[in-house]
Design a binder for this molecule. Structure first.
Ligand code: GLN
Ligand code: ZN
Length: 756
């Protein structure tokens, strides 16, 4: 039997080339567009995206992947999971309710938001509770019909699968999983039947949860779901789509009664290939070959990809195959067309969503034997130019790294003596995490400076005045360890990226982070090296204004890596070590300038954890090593601080200890009890500040409340090691609430000190 190769896409960015989607949403929220104008505008956008995909030559175009906020929120509202605090008296879900769930109202707090697997996209967490699901609207059907009627596109409706949907939801216990699944399956059947009736040939059901160390006992649920679909909706072709990693339980999954299985052959290459080698692939099924990286912005090497396709062909010779991106293109910017400021060699090595679609189409012509030599040649030359110009890890760098210690000379207990003597701090010292309010004035002035409307001298004077204002405020409040306030920083990664070698910045490389919020990650394209001191001037100036210590403030290597588009030619570990070496030079420069209390923030370590639990240790090991490379080459008396956000630390206390920071501050106020519990069992014997109030809320916490937090923590942690601080940076808060909260915090600390 001859096999065919076709091509497809899994999802397209919502944002628009110039973030038109974001603007439409925000105009609607602000009341500048009414509902019908808004819906008209987003429809035009949606159709233009479909058209673009059609024009790129793509054969199977996804529909229903578009969203007005988030696809998981879409799924939740489609099945009527409207938490009671948002319910209205009707069976349809209004746009107001939809956005209220995402954004909250004065009375009802928004639904929780959390990270989508190991990406920087955030989804809205569905609240299942006691709600009996109902089908409020067949959204994929509407999307399918729209594409058909308006553009004559026979699209591929995309749905989030029931297993993934439930795994990502909260408000029910694991023993109720099957019951909840049983309630949902008939609704899925209804959606699928209507799609079949409307003429859909393929449906893509996304089940990324199948790659995230799915417990063996859960396979039974997957089987149940897909058996039901096969039985109840025969004749509809289901592509069970996975991404971000290789699937666990390969044999069971590929033998499910579906017509196609989509695998990630970029991020799950090795394991998926090994499974194919070991177990083959069912001859009657279609294999979705996710080969163009949907997570990164590098151009595909067409020759290399062609070889990969041939390899897959050998392993699954009889199956039909579809070439597709490794995951939805939601995670990359729209097009590189507008990147006119980049160096041309680098520009030629980039590929955003639109360029990736072209790559997919080209690859399918190549494998079908109709390759266009000119395209392939141009591709090879561009990549060759790129690797000749950049990305040669120099021997010097390796040498530099090898000569750098990754361990402090003395143990914590030994160096603490030097530090106690040098710093002479009170018991339960008070401090903050780094940033103070980034007011409108601060943001506007930075913009003016960037646009050339303010000179460097004027900008510097402005920043210095802000620092002075806040050094005075901190002194008045009576905080023990001060910070300069980070007024000169737009973003904790971009700030360093702009000053280190090896980073590039796009002008329009936006990706959706959550809702209408976008980020423009820096691109690490070359060896990262230190150029000149990045933070010394501000820290030194702030320190000159006070006798109290002012902490130097850096972003750690793993956070810089996790919030950037990284190189694809060397490992993440290698890149993080390069950043670490550069940061160690900054640490040195700070020390030389007399800044000997230095905080290296690593808020993104937890979120960068691999999807497969068996890979956690390796990741944590190199993350810890990178941190230590950056921070070990210091005097005994130099005090290294670090800060981490998020509260799920239970599974990484060992690593936190291994960082060997003298003081760590952790965000805990939202699940204080749990974290304290984990410290009950795991003794932690270095300096630690468990955030005593939640900075995410504008509420000013009372002295009593904070005292209670402190008392609870002091039951498990020795007072001699305990620090008092808010639980994250204060840049999003306004000035009066920041000052009032910090006053209360210092008062609470003083009262608790008396009891010790
Ligand atoms: N030092 C940073 C700040 O205070 C830390 C931010 C973070 O943890 N995300 O803003
Ligand atoms: Zn934080």
């Amino acid at each position: 039997m001859g096999t065919t190769w076709t091509n497809s896409n899994l999802g397209y960015p919502r944002l628009g080339e110039n973030r038109e989607w974001k603007r439409a949403l925000e105009s609607f929220w602000a009341g500048r567009l009414d509902e019908s104008e808004f819906l008209k505008e987003v429809k035009e956008l949606r159709l233009s995206y479909l058209k673009k995909q059609q024009e790129s030559g793509l054969e199977l175009i996804p529909v229903g992947d578009f969203s007005l906020y988030d696809h998981i929120l879409d799924t939740a509202t489609m099945f009527g999971f409207i938490p009671e605090r948002f319910t209205e008296d009707s069976n349809t879900v209004s746009l107001t309710t939809y956005f209220n769930m995402a954004r909250g109202t004065a009375e009802a707090p928004a639904c929780e938001m959390t990270k989508w697997f190991n990406t920087n996209y955030h989804y809205i967490v569905p609240e299942i509770g006691e709600i009996t699901p109902v089908l409020t609207e067949n959204k994929p059907l509407n999307a399918y019909k729209e594409a058909k009627n308006e553009l004559n596109i026979d699209g591929k409706p995309v749905l989030t699968g029931p297993i993934t949907f439930l795994k990502l939801s909260k408000g029910y216990s694991q023993d109720e999983f099957e019951k909840k699944l049983d309630q949902l399956l008939p609704l899925y059947v209804e959606v699928l039947s209507e799609l079949k009736e409307a003429g859909a040939s393929w449906v893509q059901i996304d089940e990324p949860s199948l790659v995230a160390s799915l417990p063996k006992e859960d396979i039974h649920f997957v089987q149940k779901a897909y058996d039901t679909f096969a039985k109840e909706v025969p004749g509809l072709s289901v592509m069970l789509q996975t991404y971000f990693e290789a699937i666990d339980h390969y044999e069971e999954i590929v033998n499910l009664p579906v017509d196609g299985i989509g695998l990630d052959f970029v991020h799950g290459w090795e394991k998926n290939i090994a499974s194919l080698e070991k177990h083959g692939f069912p001859t009657t099924k279609t294999l979705g070959v996710g080969l163009v990286d949907g997570r990164n912005i590098w151009r595909a090497d067409l020759k290399e990809k062609e070889a990969a396709l041939q390899k897959i062909n050998q392993l699954a010779p009889e199956a039909n195959k579809v070439i597709q991106p490794s995951c939805s293109l939601l995670h990359v910017p729209v097009t590189k067309k507008h990147e006119t400021k980049l160096d041309s060699v680098l520009h030629d090595a980039l590929s955003f969503a639109d360029e990736k679609l072209t790559e997919i189409v080209t690859l399918s012509t190549m494998i079908n034997g109709q390759a266009d030599d000119k395209t392939v040649k141009e591709n090879q030359q561009a990549l060759q130019r790129f690797s000749e110009n950049y990305r040669k890890q120099s021997a010097d760098l390796t040498k530099q790294r090898e000569s750098l210690p990754s361990e402090r000379e003395l143990s914590f207990a030994e160096r603490k003596k030097y530090q106690d003597e040098k710093w002479n701090l009170p018991l339960l010292p008070t401090t903050t995490i780094g940033s103070f309010p980034q007011t409108k004035e601060v943001r506007v002035t930075r913009q003016q400076f960037r646009k050339g409307e303010k000179t460097a001298a004027e900008y510097q004077e402005f920043i210095q005045n802000k620092m002075k204002e806040w050094i005075d405020i901190q002194e008045d409040i009576g905080i023990d360890v001060l910070v300069h306030g980070e007024f000169e920083r737009n973003d904790m990664v971009e700030f360093f990226g702009e000053k280190l070698n090896g980073f590039a910045f796009t002008s329009n490389g936006w990706v959706q982070s959550y809702g209408s919020r976008c980020v423009k990650p820096p691109v690490i394209y070359d060896d990262v090296t230190f150029d000149k001191p990045m933070t010394v001037a501000e820290s030194q100036y702030a320190q000159s204004l006070t006798d109290k210590p002012v902490k130097g403030m850096l972003t750690g290597p793993v956070t810089i890596l996790n919030w950037s588009f990284e190189r694809d030619d060397i490992s993440r570990k290698e890149v993080s070590y390069q950043i670490a070496v550069a940061l160690s030079q900054e640490v040195q420069a700070l020390e030389e300038a007399g800044i000997e209390m230095i905080q290296v923030d690593e808020p993104a370590v937890r979120e960068g954890m691999p999807l497969k639990t068996e890979e956690w240790n390796d990741y944590l090991d190199w993350s810890v090593h990178a941190f230590r490379l950056a921070t070990s080459n210091v005097k005994h008396s130099t005090q290294i601080h670090t800060h981490m956000c998020y509260s799920e630390f239970q599974d990484m206390i060992e690593s936190i200890r291994a960082l060997d920071a003298d003081v760590i501050s952790i965000e805990t106020s939202r699940s204080h009890g749990e974290l304290i519990e984990s410290f009950e069992t795991a003794v932690y014997e270095k300096g630690i500040g468990l955030g005593v109030y939640d900075i995410h809320s504008p509420r000013v916490p009372s002295v009593e409340e904070m005292k209670e937090m402190m008392e609870r923590a002091l039951r498990v942690l020795p007072a001699s090691l305990f620090w008092i601080n808010p639980d994250c940076g204060l840049k999003t808060r306004n000035t009066p609430e920041t000052i009032d909260s910090l006053k209360n915090m210092v008062l609470a600390a003083k009262e608790i000190r008396k009891t010790q």
